[in-house]
Every structure is written in C-alpha cells, then in structure tokens.
Design a protein around this ligand. Sequence first.
Ligand code: KG4
Ligand code: ZN
Length: 343
Amino acid sequence: MGKGMILGIETSCDETSAAVVVGAKRVLSNVVATQFDVHAKYGGVVPELASRAHIENLDGVIQEALSKAGVGCDELDAIAVTCRPGLMGCLLIGVTAAKTLALAWNKPLVGVNHVHAHATSAAIAQPPDAPPPWPAVALVVSGGHSSLLLVRNPLEIETLGVTIDDAAGEAFDKVASILELGFPGGPIVDRVAANGNPRACDFPRTMLGRDSLDFSFSGIKTAVLYRVHGPGKTSGGLAKLSPADVADVAASFQTAVVEVLVAKTLMAVRQTGVRSVVVGGGVAANRQLRECLTAACTDARVTLHLTPMCYCTDNGVMIAALGWHLLKAGRVDTLAIEASASA
Ligand code: KG4
Ligand code: ZN
C-alpha cells in the first residue's frame, strides 16, 4: 500500500478541512477553514449555510492541503472522508468530492466515522514508537456529540453511552447565546468562567440512571435560562446581571458539565476495567475539563491521553489517521458509499 499516504477530508459540520497524513501520525499538512463568521449572528450552526460554505471552500482547502504537504495526487495511497454522522447536506459535499477524486485519480476510497475519528485522535501526537493507548475509554465531546466509547483498537469501537438530548458543546454554545457572549460559545465560556465563582449557582448534575453512561444536557441549559431571566422567564433578565454575575453563571455551568463528564468517564473506566482514557472533540479543548480529568485519572491511577488542542475541533488529520488504519485492514469502500446523518 505504498507509504500509507492518505488525504483526509472532513465536512460533517462547520469546518471544511483537508489534511495529508502518512500512516496514523506523520502529519504533512492540515488545512481548516472555519465558518465562524457565517454562523455567528445566528448563535449556532445553520445547516444550509454550512453546506454552501463547504461547496465554496472545499476545492481550495484540498488543493492547499496537497501543496502544503508537497504531494501530488499520484503519491496518495487513499482518500479518506467523513461519511457519518453529521449534518446530511454537509456530509454529502465531502463524500461527493471524495468519490469524484477517488474516481478521477483511481485511488481507494475509505469512509470514516467522525465520532470514531475523535475517539482515536489522542494517538496522533504520540511519539512514533509509543505504545498505543488502547484499550481505552474514549470521551468524545463536541458540538454534535457527547459519547463514551470503548476503543479496543481503532478498528473495534463500541458505544457505551450517548447524549439523549443536547451535546455538551451545544450546551456551551446555547449558554453563551443566553449570556450573549458570542459564537462559538465553548472557548468564550471557557475564558469568562475563569473569572467566576463555580459555586455561585447550584445547577443540576443530570446523571440519569445510577449506572447510566448516557448524558443529558438540556436540563442545565434551561436552568441557566431561568437563572438569568427569572423562574419560567426566557427574556428580560440579562441586563440586570453584572459582568461578575455573568462570570459566576458561566463558571457554575461549566463546573456542573465538567463534573458530569468526569464522573461518567470514571464510571466507564470502572465498568469496563480498562486503565486508559482518551479524550477528543471540540469540548476536549476546555481547560477545566482537561484539569479535572487529569486530577481524576491521576487519583484513579488511570493513564489519560488528551488530544492536542489543534486536533480537538474538527480536522482532516483525524480522518486521514483513522482512514489509514481502515485501509491497512482492507476496509475500503466503493463509490456506492453513502453519507449518513446518524452513527
Ligand atoms: O468537534 P467540533 O469542532 O465539532 C463537532 O463535531 O461538533 O466541536 C465544536 C464544539 C463547539 O460546540 C464549541 O463551542 C466547543 O466544541 N468548544 C469548546 C471549547 N472549544 C470548542 N467547548 C468548551 N470549551 C472550549 N474551550
Ligand atoms: Zn467533531
């Protein structure tokens, strides 16, 4: 299979990305076009606008990824593309582009599960000769997903729990929107929360069943809304809050979410008996989450592998890296591959 040089294409949500990676670790290029400006005024990703932006950006992003890597199409061993889960219109742009290139360049096509790519992204930055972090419990927390998975190895991944309503990142984005802090909310809440009192508001920690590894974040979002505007009210209260109050709400919200994420991750460790935890997805960039997981895993004597910040939010590198594992195992797709909104 040549050198194992993979072009990875990612368009499942609001980042248009392409990367060239050799094997699962040697990153030659990673080009990411964000769409913050397109969605900012709506306080969330608008699927139709996201699809259009992918159409406009993808060709240029792929060309830039190849030229930055100094690689011609003839040197590629495969084209990997996110085919599920995600926003249907967005996935279709990437999948159609990947099919077209696979056909035109006569290269194998590898469809990649986006959540599995986040779940394995912590391994990308490990030293080449480091032992792999598997088997591991993976916490994947992003704008579209909050999942716990058991990664036996990159090709054998089992879902242990998912969110039954909002994703963690979605909750960050909605709370930022309630507090009128801007979009995307996660990084801003992260910053604002650093100056607030995490015990100022008593927000719910929704654990669902006693042993449940599922998540629910819609209750806390509503609790924040009523804390800001008054019980049962959805507007009119923000003007009465000082910047310090806003920081307290952000800090209390973030702490509640982080406590649930950490508690459930450690619960998954106990239930599965594995001794390794990997964390990926946009919310894995959250500083409090990184600190609290580090402390909890140290206490539990479990090895924690945090995905480097640059590979937490959506990127083509993680798609290429998992694509390489799939290619090596012969798990190649045909041009009949279809995009799917669900996992
Ligand atoms: O993985 P990602 O780029 O896209 C999806 O697959 O959904 O994740 C984006 C999400 C957004 O909701 C964003 O607000 C959140 O990750 N995020 C953060 C932080 N940085 C990004 N959430 C909390 N703290 C952060 N520092
Ligand atoms: Zn993602």
